[in-house]
Unconditional design. Structure first.
Length: 492
């Protein structure tokens, strides 16, 4: 991936600042509770939800195991349908491909339908550096762009903004980007949506180049799929003369029959709808209908490295529904910006450190941005065991060890700042392999329990600062068992 958000501190520091923002916490609490309650009702309508979830998991796992074959199949199908396929190993290569393709058209502006992959690689900034202006057309993405902000949610990037803040952004910034906001604009949702529609309409009708992502790619036909709720995707995908789609290689599903499973899972998990309002599908080019030129950029950018990790690869099942964010107590209080990545919340805590590595301070901190409550796993429509991957990545941060980076097997060094944790774990390992020492330690802890502090000293202060230390019993379990169940009665 491209670098973290410029200037972002590690998660604990960023979260500490965020939780002091009462307005942010109020916005997040209202939005996440509303979305997750609606989702729960929508999912409860299906008697076979558990079977659908298992089917989605198995389809994704099968595809990832045979990704090499399905990628070649996609390339052949897209090419046969009149499209051109480009392969991008990393963000820099993907940005170079897209900017070159836009420059070849002679255009200096593009419209975009929401694409997290282009945010991941920093495409807007790369285009701007070459004198090309990109206009976001999703309403929430438009708010973020006009506000010179960053997305904070996978599904609702402007979730941290309330209606009053959005009105002020539209009033002050729309004129700099095109059609200004109407006079007397209020903060009612209908007026805000109408202001955005009028602002974007002229861009849709003028733009010659569109850039998109895709929710899914169907290998057997080379068909790309975008699901959305505003119609901006339909405009971006049909009106421009040239369409460039930047898609992560993990977005493949083998067949149309497989796609049917995800078109049930995704809407209910993301927007709590039985079916999303707009489902746009396109296969190459067709004379007299839609763009005359279609380019597909298949993006790796750390995905094959993630695929090499037997535990961590399940993060590539993600269909970007955001259900895990809406139930996460950490995300609800800290917000998305604290994660320093376009992928916030529980899925970001396991995906970003794998795509980018754990070399930076913020990426090394992300596996700890969780209480391990397991709510994220319970709502994930493709059964990603996020807590399992979090613990796995914590081990990697603390211990280092073998991994794959940029296609090469390497041995990672432990991250800085975890020496005390490593020492504690080594001491625990020694104690658990020496029963006599463990028994003596337990008895000593019980006999001195009245002297124990309520918080840990030194490096342990950060741990006990937000947790109660467990009370030490008056008697170790071994001694209690021997006293109450020992002897002949205990042996029966």
């Amino acid at each position: 991936m491209s670098g973290t958000f410029v200037g972002m501190p590690a998660f604990p520091e960023a979260a500490r600042t965020a939780v002091r923002d009462a307005t942010l916490r109020g916005n997040l609490r209202h939005a996440t509770h509303t979305i997750r309650d609606k989702r729960a009702r929508a999912v409860a309508e299906l008697d076979d939800w558990a079977a659908l979830r298992e089917a989605g998991k198995r389809i994704k796992d099968h595809t990832l195991r045979h990704l090499d074959r399905y990628l070649v199949q996609v390339e052949e199908a897209v090419t046969a349908a009149g499209g051109t396929v480009h392969w991008a190993a990393d963000a820099e290569e993907a940005n170079d491909i897209v900017t070159r393709l836009v420059e070849e058209t002679g255009e200096r502006e593009v419209v975009k339908v929401k694409s997290m992959a282009t945010q991941e690689i920093g495409l807007n900034e790369a285009l701007e550096a070459r004198g090309i202006r990109a206009y976001e057309t999703d309403l929430a993405e438009l708010i973020v762009q006009l506000g010179k902000d960053r997305p904070s949610h996978i599904l609702v990037p402007a979730i941290h903004r309330n209606r009053g803040e959005i009105r002020d952004i539209f009033r002050s910034e729309m004129g700099e980007w095109g059609r200004p906001a109407p006079e007397g604009l209020t903060d009612t949702p209908a007026e805000l949506a109408e202001a955005a529609r009028l602002h974007l309409r002229e861009k849709f009708l003028r733009a010659k180049v569109g850039i998109s992502g895709a929710n899914f790619m169907v290998a057997e036909t080379g068909t790309l799929v975008v699901v959305e709720s505003e119609g901006n995707g339909r405009m971006c995908l049909t009106l421009p003369e040239t369409l460039i789609s930047v898609v992560g290689i993990e977005k493949i599903v083998p067949t149309w029959r497989d796609l049917e499973v995800f078109l049930q899972l995704l809407p209910r998990s993301s927007t709590a709808e039985r079916m999303n309002p707009y489902t746009s599908m396109w296969t190459g080019t067709t004379d007299g209908d839609g763009p005359r030129t279609f380019h597909l950029v298949l993006l790796d950018n750390g995905r094959t490295d993630t695929l090499a990790d037997e535990v961590g690869r399940q993060a590539l099942r993600c269909i970007r529904c955001s259900a895990c964010l809406n139930v996460c107590p950490v995300y609800e209080r800290a917000g998305g910006h604290a994660y320093g990545s376009v992928y916030p919340g529980p899925i970001g805590a396991i995906l970003s450190p794998q795509l980018r590595g754990t070399g930076s301070e913020i990426d090394a901190s992300l596996p700890y941005a969780s209480s391990l409550c397991g709510a994220c796993y319970e709502v994930c429509p493709v059964a990603i065991d996020i807590p399992e991957v979090l613990v796995h990545l914590r081990e990697r941060v603390v211990q280092g060890g073998p991994a794959v980076r940029e296609g090469n097997r390497v041995v990672l060094r432990p991250a800085k700042g975890h020496a005390a944790e490593r020492a504690a774990m080594r001491a625990a390992q020694w104690a658990f392999t020496h029963p006599g020492a463990l028994r003596a330690g337990q008895r000593l802890a019980s006999r001195t329990r009245r002297l124990h502090p309520r918080t840990l000293p030194g490096p342990g202060r950060a741990w006990s600062g937000s947790r109660d230390l467990p009370a030490v019993p008056a008697e170790p379990f071994r001694d209690w068992w021997q006293r109450t169940r020992g002897g002949e009665d205990g042996a029966k």
